[in-house]
Ligand binder design. Structure first.
Ligand SMILES: *Cc1c(COP(=O)(O)O)cnc(C)c1O
Length: 400
């Protein structure tokens, strides 16, 4: 097998290359391009002494197999040189809860962005509270001003940028600097951008979380979560995941790895098609406002431009005020856009949403009904024709 020359450090490869090469080792697997899928619990030891001394490269299926390592290594490379290790969890939400549990203890306070993914809030409010951890929600646009929210007990800050319904862009660097000044750990849900368009650890984040279910899997056929840690957090992360007994099934890890290989080309298409559809929607008379960070009309556009290298296919629009039934008529008439939770797969989705009752630190008052779109890999012209069909039903409902 061909090996790179080993003299001197090789320059960091382009992310498009890393998703193709990461975690692969054909020489160890008879030349086969892909690492095999290990279905495994028991690992046999050569002797009783070896067993008692845990003398083995792999000790037990739950603690990791070559399949686990292949995906972890691929993700670690993608996160950049500050990433010291990755943990895999059975869902994105499990990755969030595992990351939080790895840094928090009874008596601690946690700061969470008011724009956070709903189930993240539920975990903080229902589970962390039972273990004596208090959560304070903060304005996602607070930036370095977050310093004033710290109590002596504040141990961690959770960022999610952009929010996956409302798309506020957070000043990650300023928040991380303030948090580190107070001795707190910084966690970020980076599901929207993936490390291809934003590398949180480069901006001071200590633990970067992804719902691998979304763009990494990419085909709506797997539940997966990932946590990438820097030097300061990797040991406690790995320990927390290991001691709790959390692990992912081998076929699901393999699907994650398989999805990763095409992540760069898929994301590029989601980005370009997303911008094209958003542009079209922004000009529609039924649309009051587009909420897409890659557009100059977005309040966080300058920050997005400063920090991100691309946008994925997820954005929202605010419609002009109409009865909810009109919005439902629009959504129900769509044929290519499915109505359903999650996103990041190859297919387009559209859902109604409302943040008004969820928020506690900020007011969400968009001025009309809101719809979130995920732009999949279909041809843009067909998606626009589908949206035309939706707006025809919208018009009929308005007249009716
Ligand atoms: C979907 C999602 C999650 C949770 O991922 P699951 O794999 O569905 O548990 C977490 N964060 C964000 C931003 C998400 O969109």
């Amino acid at each position: 097998m061909k090996e790179g020359k080993k003299d001197g450090p090789s320059p960091e490869r382009h992310p498009d290359t890393k998703v193709v090469t990461g975690g692969r080792d054909p020489a160890s697997y008879h030349g086969f391009v892909n690492p095999p899928v290990y279905h495994a619990s028991t690992v046999l030891y050569p002797s009783a002494e070896d067993f008692l001394a845990h003398r083995a490269r792999y000790q037990y299926g739950r603690r990791g197999t070559p399949t686990t390592e292949a995906l972890e290594r691929a993700l670690q490379e993608l996160e950049g040189p500050r990433c010291a290790g990755v943990a895999l969890l059975p869902s994105g939400l499990a990755a969030i809860s595992a990351a939080l549990l790895s840094v928090l203890k009874a008596g601690d306070n946690l700061l969470v962005t008011d724009s956070a993914y709903g189930p993240t809030r539920t975990f903080c409010d229902q589970i962390l509270s039972r273990f004596g951890v208090t959560t304070t929600y903060y304005d996602p646009l607070i930036g370095g001003g977050i310093a004033k929210l710290f109590q002596p007990s504040t141990r961690a800050v959770l960022i999610e940028s952009p929010g996956s319904l409302s798309f506020e862009i957070q000043d990650v660097e300023a928040i991380a600097e303030a948090a580190h000044g107070k001795g707190a750990v910084v966690l970020m849900d980076n599901t929207w951008a993936t490390p291809l368009y934003f590398r949180p650890l480069d901006f001071g984040v200590d633990l970067s979380i992804q719902a691998g279910t979304k763009y990494i899997g990419g085909h709506s056929d797997v539940m997966l979560g990932t946590v990438s840690a820097n030097d300061s957090t990797v040991a406690t992360l790995k320990n927390t995941v290991g001691v709790n007994g959390w692990c992912v099934g081998p076929d699901d890890m393999y699907l994650g790895q398989r999805g990763l290989r095409t992540l760069a080309v898929r994301l590029d298409r989601h980005y370009r098609s997303g911008v094209a559809v958003a542009q079209w929607l922004e000009r529609r008379p039924e649309v009051l406002r587009l909420i897409h960070p890659a557009f100059a009309s977005h309040p966080g556009h300058a920050l997005w431009k400063r920090d991100f290298t691309g946008a994925s296919g997820l954005f929202s629009v605010v419609l002009k005020p109409v009865p909810q039934q009109t919005v439902y008529a629009f959504l129900d008439a769509l044929e290519l856009f499915g109505i359903g939770a999650s996103w990041g797969g190859y297919e387009s989705l559209a859902i109604p949403f409302d943040c008004t009752k969820v928020r506690t630190a900020t007011r969400w008052a968009p001025g009309g009904p809101t719809v979130r779109f995920h732009i999949g890999l279909e041809a843009v012209e067909d998606l626009l024709a589908d949206l035309e069909r939706g707006f025809a039903a919208f018009a009929a409902a308005t007249r009716g």
